[in-house]
Design a protein around this ligand. Structure first.
Ligand code: SAM
Length: 241
């Protein structure tokens, strides 16, 4: 991928408030209008990541009353189903456009949250990962690490782990597919669509970053479709079964 000059974070922020917002809102949505084959394929892969995450979380027991931090929540693809199961969700994203869309979809799903006493409307906030604070039973961060180079990802994983009491679920694009992915992306998008740099991560590096802060990987999964690749891992503090 091309290196887009300037500070990565500024580029990412601008992208996800503008063209990236439009693109990803479409991919994560459910309309088939104006969605190409590649986008549909990515939609399926991402939906599988969300489903696998929900399964992982449910395996730890019912989600009702469990506090979850959804870091980099996008349009609320995970936050909304979690809330539907009674989890107490704090969802945030660096992009105000994403947060507004997530909020809109949550309102659409739950009304004003008053009709079902079991569902607690997620609390949405515009916030970057770095400024997250507090303690949550569970912290989830799906498909966000692609915006973090390995050096920064390591610090971010430590930070996310420090917010979690019981478990941390992360998904990231595996480095193994790097060249193939680049090749395919290059073939399919010869135009100027690479608005942000993509950082892929070796599973071992992510695991090492977790171990450094006293966490270990309990479960792992791999989700692949033709154009979507994600490693999904669940980590727990060392000493916790
Ligand atoms: N986690 C969501 C999901 O799986 O549906 C969204 C994934 S989307 C590919 C990546 C999201 O990360 C975007 O919504 C983007 O705004 C957000 N993001 C990127 N860098 C971030 C940062 N430093 N802090 C918070 N959010 C960030």
């Amino acid at each position: 991928a091309e290196v887009v000059g300037g500070d990565d974070k500024e580029v990412v922020l601008d992208y996800f408030n503008n063209t990236g917002f439009q693109r990803w809102k479409k991919i994560y949505g459910n309309s088939t209008e104006d969605v190409n084959r590649v986008q549909l394929d990515i939609r399926l892969g991402h939906a599988e990541t969300v489903e696998s995450t929900l399964r992982m979380l449910r395996d730890g027991g019912p989600l009702a009353g469990v506090t979850v931090c959804d870091a980099g929540c996008g349009t609320g693809s995970l936050a909304i189903p979690l809330a539907r199961e009674g989890a107490i969700v704090s969802a945030s994203d660096i992009s105000a456009a994403m947060v507004a869309e997530a909020q809109r979809q949550a309102k659409e799903a739950f009304g004003n949250g008053t009709d079902n006493p079991f569902v607690k409307m997620p609390k949405f906030e515009v916030r970057d990962l770095e400024s997250l604070e507090g303690k949550y039973d569970t912290v989830v961060c799906l498909d966000v690490l692609i915006h973090y180079p390995q050096g920064k990802a390591e610090g971010m994983i430590g930070h996310l782990a420090s917010l979690a009491e019981r478990r941390l679920v992360l998904s990231f694009a595996p480095k193994t597919f790097y060249y193939e992915l680049l090749k395919r992306v290059g073939e399919l998008f010869p135009g100027p669509s690479k608005a942000t740099r993509a950082y892929l991560h070796a599973e071992r590096d992510i695991e090492r970053a977790l171990e450094k802060v006293g966490w270990r990987v309990r479960r792992r999964g791999l989700i692949t479709t033709q154009f979507y690749f994600a490693n999904l891992i669940e980590a727990v503090p060392l000493g916790l079964a």
